[in-house]
Design a protein around this ligand. Sequence first.
Ligand code: KIV
Length: 300
Amino acid sequence: MTDAVRKPVTLPTLRRMKAKGEKITMVTAYDATFARMIDEAGADILLVGDSLGMVVQGRDTTLPVTVDEVIYHCRAVARGTRRAHIVGDMPFLSHQISPEEALRNAGRFLSEGGAHSVKLEGGASAAPTIRRLVQAGIPVMGHVGLTPQSVHAMGGFRVQGKTEEAAERVLADALAVAEAGAFALVLEGIPSDLAAEVTAAVPIPTIGIGAGPACDGQVLVCYDLLGLTPDLKPRFVKRYAELFEAGKEAVATYCEEVRAGAFPREEHGFGTVKRPAVRAVPNPGQDEPRPLFGSYGPQA
Ligand code: KIV
């Protein structure tokens, strides 16, 4: 990788990429090791998504995730990241109540979590909040279309914008978010031609997930991309590895070897302790000499 490629990704970098037609790559991350792997692989943006509620915590929705939990994961991700731009995802009820409360919460992602920006779900109704955060110097990534925090209002994780009227609503939401000052916009679960229309209409980069190839960039949940979610294979996901199966196989081999006494071997140990030789000491009243305390075991 050249030094130019390694330069930290900033908002101007992302604007330039859209202008030049260079695709932006975003991947979720929740801990320092994955962050380091994804950052070293060259992803431009690491999203500490509230999807952690599902893939890390094993919940059915993202709704129970708290601000403290996302900030905890942001801190870990920040420790593993050198180049990528880090986005902290604002969870359910951390940004919907009022712009002031959203500002108080969003600030913590930057000051405590080490994130460079925040993401929040919502269209036209979220515009006043986005404007308030941007005014305060907090960069905001928008998120329209299928917004998982509204799962119950949508009647499930359903593709949005499929009718003419619904498509108009998604387009209006995207324009409102861009107009409010967001620096980028996630388009989730919308028809590909609608995503192309939105991408052409807004001046900011669009990052798609289940939104077709015309977006300025793409995002995937790292567990999906790496094949760590064996029971889930939504249509919009491409698995670039099968780490769940590979990991399961590795652990099964480890268990077998421990049970068979094949692991650990000599080379996995730390040799012998250097101790003074056993000295016989007078042991009044007994025939056998008693070794000094600490002189048992193999001698170096
Ligand atoms: O929480 C998340 O991971 C997300 C992405 C799927 C965009 O919001």
